[in-house]
Structures are given as C-alpha cells and as structure tokens.
Design a binder for this molecule. Structure first.
Ligand code: KG4
Ligand code: ZN
Length: 356
C-alpha cells in the first residue's frame, strides 16, 4: 500500500473552501481525550512536520489515576500554547493548514470538549474543514505514519488503558473486530496491579521497569483463555496476583511484576499470532499505550520473525497518545468522507464502525 492520494475534491461544511486532499494537504491534529494534550501538523497523511505532546501525568499521580475535572482544566490551559508550538515547530505559516482534525471520542467528555471546541473554532476562523476523528482509528494509523509500506490485510493489536482489541484492517476505513477483552483492558490490569504493589503511577511503565529485576518464571500466573478464541480476559490474573501477595507477603515485588507481565504478554502475543494466521494477514502491528512495554515489544517482534510476517512496532512516542496519529487518521477520513459537520459533538463512548 502507498499513502499517495488520489485527489478527491471535497467541500467543507462551515467553510466555502473546496479542499483537494492530496500529498500536500496539511492537517492540524488535536488530541485531548484523556491526560495528554497534543497538537501536530502532518502533510499528506504521513509526513509529520511537528508533534508536540504535553503529558499531565504528574498532575494525576498523587490521585493514582486520571481525575477528569483536573484533566479538562489542564487541557484548557495547555492547548493554545501547544497548538502554537506545533505550528512554529512545523515551520509553516498558519495559512498552509488545510484542515483541523480532532479526537471526538472515545474519551473523557470534559477533556474531549476542550479539543473539539478549539478545533471547530480554528476551522471557522481559518475557513477550513473540521474533521472528527475516532481515537481508536488514530491508534491504527500511528503504524502507517512510521511504516507506509504496510500492506492489507493487516492485523492490529490495540492495547491501551481502556481497550484491548484485535482488529483486521482490510483497507482504509474497513475494519473487522476479531477479538476484545471481556473484562479489564490489559493496561488497566497493569495499572491495578502496580497500584496494589505500590509501584507508582502510571502503572504500566512502573511494572515494566521493576520487572527488569525480577524472574518472569518465579510465579506461574494464569494465562486466561490462552487456547480459546481471540477474546481476552485480564481480571483473573489481576486477582491471582492479589491473592498470591496476600498469601506470601514477603514475595519479591520484582518477581511478581515480572511474572504478571510475562502472563499478560504471553496471551497478547499468542492471540495476535492466531488472529494473523486466521485472516492470512500480510502484516501485524501493535498500537496503544501498552505497546510501549519492553517484553511485549521483544516477544511481538520475535513472533513475527518466527512466522515470517511483516511486524511493525510504532516508536514508543507513537504508541502513546499523540496528535500526529489524529492528523493522519483525519487526512484519510477527509479524503474518504469529507469534512465533519460542525454540529457534530464529542462522543465519550464512541466505537469504531466494524464490518459485519
Ligand atoms: O493509549 P494510552 O496512552 O491511553 C489510553 O488508554 O488511551 O494507554 C495508556 C495505558 C496505561 O494503562 C499505561 O499503564 C499503559 O498504557 N502503559 C504501559 C506501558 N506504558 C504505558 N503498560 C505496560 N508497559 C509499559 N511500558
Ligand atoms: Zn490512546
């Protein structure tokens, strides 16, 4: 697949301009769905001119999780300077921006509204199209930003704090849900186990760090549904960790972290492989915050090499929430569907449209 555009003229709602979506189209992306405030300029869907991310992690650390009201207020303060910085770093004048894309869901409603309001206001002032972007779809596009040679059909494993999904990408905008978690998301399990072990916040990176000093075979935690289909379940392994530590209070936290991480990664990699086999995928990609996990990255690539499959791991910066992926997904959406009407709102529980 190449990312070169067939020029498709689209007229915007709220703007009288006709935008030709091609390899020179510059999209400003905005992301405020959770605790990262981000803005980026991307040209032609995959040429990142700038990408600025400000994480609020320190603001929320004392509460052990994201506090929605604090997140919204921080987005309000941070967003304008971050957009300004993204434009300056891209080195292009404001007038070169052809469209404004923003996450409209899923996410925290107050946080989403800050980005959506800013994006619509800028689209009106600059007289350019507004594009509402699905955050999940954007995670899928983060792979294309760094590897435009990826070919369809593709299987993507999206593992974040709120979701764990195996998705078949048959083409741009054509997705089939192959599997998902039936309870906790993988990132949620990392965060809850880290909190229980008192390892700090955010939990995923803390477990990743501590696990380096532990033995992944010290404790055999359950690999739920390992041999059973493409759905996941992570609440059992979390409960197992809690029960084990209560029973063995002197156990090494590093061994628990390493053994827990090994159990989660085993299941994620086994199911991603199985999904790729089932659909005859040409490539396998990872996305979402948990894709920053060292063991997952190592085992995922090893499995792709073993299977002779094109595996792709986005850089850690592209795995976690950023606005370059929003601008990229926005460019594709503008090309396929045209602009989003300005009366469309933020949707906290927005889903991806899956093929039947
Ligand atoms: O995609 P993301 O940045 O935000 C959303 O949830 O949309 O993902 C955040 C999740 C958190 O649960 C965090 O603990 C986890 O990704 N995470 C990790 C690592 N870095 C972030 N989990 C395991 N290992 C990591 N190195
Ligand atoms: Zn995300």
């Amino acid at each position: 697949m190449t990312m070169s555009a067939d020029a498709a003229p689209t007229a915007s709602v709220g703007s009288s301009k006709v935008v030709l979506v091609d390899s020179s189209t510059v999209v400003l992306g905005i992301e405020t769905s959770c605790d990262e405030t981000a803005a980026a300029l991307v040209m032609g869907g995959d040429d990142v001119l700038s990408s600025v991310v400000s994480t609020q992690v320190d603001l929320h650390a004392q509460y052990g999780g994201v506090v929605p009201e604090i997140a919204s207020r921080a987005h309000l303060e941070l967003l304008n300077p971050i957009i300004a910085r993204a434009i300056v770093e891209a080195g292009v004048p404001e007038q070169r921006i052809d469209a404004v894309a923003c996450t409209v869901g899923p996410g925290l409603i107050g946080a989403l509204l800050v980005g959506v309001s800013a994006a619509k206001a800028l689209a009106l002032v600059w007289d350019v199209p507004f594009i509402g972007v699905n955050h999940h779809e954007a995670h899928l596009y983060s792979a294309f930003l760094e590897d435009p040679t990826l070919e369809f059909p593709l299987v993507a494993l999206i593992v974040s704090g709120g979701h764990t999904m195996l998705i078949e990408m048959q083409g741009h905008g054509r997705y089939r849900l192959l599997g998902r978690t039936i309870d906790d998301a993988a990132g949620e399990a990392f965060d809850k186990v880290a909190r229980f072990l008192d390892l700090g916040y955010p939990g995923g990176p803390a477990i990743d760090r501590v696990a380096l000093h532990g033995d992944p075979e010290a404790i055999r935690f359950p690999r739920a549904m390992l041999h059973d289909g493409l759905d996941f379940s992570f609440s059992g392994v979390k409960t197992s960790v809690i029960n084990h530590v209560r029973k063995h209070p002197d156990v090494s936290a590093a061994d628990v972290a390493a053994s827990f991480q090994a159990a989660v990664v085993d299941v994620l990699v086994a199911k991603a492989r199985r999904a790729a086999d089932q659909v005859g995928a040409k490539g396998l990609v990872l996305g979402g915050g948990v894709a920053a996990n060292s063991l997952l990255r190592e085992q995922f690539l090893a499995a792709c090499v073993d299977d002779g499959r094109h595996g792709f791991l986005p850089s850690r910066a592209m795995c976690t929430d950023n606005a370059a992926m929003i601008a990229s997904a926005g460019w594709h959406r503008l090309r396929s569907d045209g602009p989003t009407p300005l009366d469309a709102g933020a949707v906290p529980n927005l889903r991806l449209d899956f093929l039947p």
